[in-house]
Design a protein around this ligand. Structure first.
Ligand code: ADP
Length: 437
């Protein structure tokens, strides 16, 4: 059964249940109000009757045969009973009907109430007698029936309107779900690349679902596009050295190179294979960082990290002004020591590679950020430079993977990376604990 039909069924069941409840409550309420009205009516009759009997029974032996007719009403009757519930007198003609009621003492227990088809009210007459006023409920039955008829008619008219209006409303309400189902079917057949999810028209939960779905499909498209481009770049990066290696091996096997020349070619082939190995290692690292590689977590001092980096990159000092600025008051850093060191090593290698001889390179700590600064050639596109295989400076050796690795390490550790750079003046990379440096 479709969701539409299920909701409709649920709605109709709930609606019918609430209508039934409403009618039942109305019935009880109407009856309650009408009986309240009967009590009020009897109250009004009670006083003259009580006065009358008080007068009449001042002397107990003096019997009264009947009461004044004008005190009687079509629907109200009065009986006078003694303490044991024995009938003493009644108001005719209505009272005659009451005389036949069994057990008149039941009326003496309560001040007011309902007994069979009568509402009753009791009033004491002196010490010995009680006047029981009875209201024939049959007379309010007609009003009650009319009111109930009115309630049922109103409920029926409202029901017809609701049952006509609700199905299209439910259908419209479920429209986004139908739309998302058709989009999902399209994606499962053709893939997400050619699919455009429309903007949500509402702000409610279904609108939010459509928005989240759109974001997810857009993100999926981004990832797939990135993967396609990445694969293309990898193929390209591997193909060039492979073609060279293959060509050279063919020439060698044909005896094209001899002696010193052969040695030099073999040397070049070794260089190319080493390059390919580096490329593959970097790719594997990047893939690992982008997948679920677990990071270690420990606390270490920044000066210790700086000292190790200074020692490993001592050679920079031979051609550049390389300054590691230690913290006067050492600070602690939490995270994966080796990966953080790898990221900073990549930044230092780039600073060395893209800063002309004699330029300066600084490694320092400021405002929760580790900064690598250089006075090198600077960077044009500060966003794209972090994408894999994007390179600005093609005169230098490289694959365009270094900064992508730095970014992946930063993301993995919950660090932010921020770049300030000006073409021809230099660059400053900040690796920060805060998300907005
Ligand atoms: P690679 O250095 O192997 O090309 P990277 O991902 O490390 O790859 O860098 C991408 C590009 O960013 C480089 O090709 C270079 O143009 C630019 N770049 C990176 N670091 C610097 C820097 N410190 N100064 C100037 N340009 C840089």
């Amino acid at each position: 059964m479709s969701l539409n039909k299920k909701l409709l069924l649920l709605f109709i069941s709930l609606y019918l249940l609430s209508i039934a409840l409403f009618t039942l409550v109305s019935l009880v309420a109407i009856r309650h109000v009408l009986i309240g009205y009967a009590y009020g009516y009897m109250e009004r009759y009670a006083n003259p009757i009580v006065e009358f009997y008080l007068e009449a029974y001042k002397d107990v032996d003096k019997r009264i045969g009947s009461l004044a007719e004008d005190l009687a009403s079509e629907d109200i009757g009065a009986l006078v009973v003694d303490r044991e519930g024995r009938l003493i007198s009644f108001v005719p003609p209505f009272g005659e009907e009451m005389v036949n009621l069994p057990k008149l003492e039941v009326f003496l227990k309560e001040k007011r109430g309902v007994y069979e088809n009568y509402a009753f009210l009791t009033k004491k007459v002196g010490e010995k007698y009680t006047v029981i006023l009875l209201f024939r409920l049959k007379s309010i039955q007609k009003v009650q029936d009319e009111l109930i008829g009115f309630v049922v008619l109103t409920a029926s008219i409202v029901s017809i309107f609701i049952l006509i209006l609700v199905p299209p409303i439910i259908k419209r309400f479920l429209e986004p779900l139908g739309y998302l189902t058709s989009i999902s079917q399209k994606i499962s057949k053709e893939g997400p690349l050619g699919v455009e999810v429309a903007e949500a028209k509402t702000e409610d939960e279904l609108g939010q679902l459509q928005k989240a779905y759109k974001d997810m499909v857009d993100r999926l498209k981004e990832v797939i596009t990135w993967q396609v481009n990445f694969m293309r770049d990898i193929t390209h990066a591997l193909n060039t050295p492979l073609t060279y290696i293959k060509g050279q091996i063919e020439l060698i096997s044909e005896g094209f190179y001899k002696g010193e020349e052969l040695k030099a070619v073999l040397q070049k082939l070794l260089q190319q294979t080493n390059r390919m190995e580096t490329l593959i290692k970097k790719l594997i690292l990047l893939m690992r960082l982008q997948s679920e590689v677990p990071l270690s977590h420990r606390t270490f001092y920044i000066n210790q990290l700086f000292a190790e980096l200074e020692e490993e990159y001592e050679f920079i000092k031979e051609s550049h002004v390389f300054r590691v600025e230690y913290l006067l008051e050492d600070a602690l850093w939490e995270g994966d020591y080796d990966y953080l060191k790898l990221a900073l090593a990549n930044l230092l290698e780039n600073a060395y590679k893209y800063t002309p001889k004699g330029g300066f390179i600084r490694l320092y700590y400021k405002d929760d950020c580790i900064v690598v600064e250089d006075s090198g050639v600077g960077i044009e596109d500060k966003e794209k430079v972090f994408e894999a295989f994007y390179r600005e400076n093609k005169e230098k050796e490289g694959f365009g993977l270094g900064l992508a690795i730095v970014k992946a390490i930063a993301q993995k550790q919950g660090l932010s990376i921020h770049l300030e750079s000006e073409k021809g003046k230099g660059s400053r990379f900040h690796l920060c604990k805060r998300l907005n440096p």
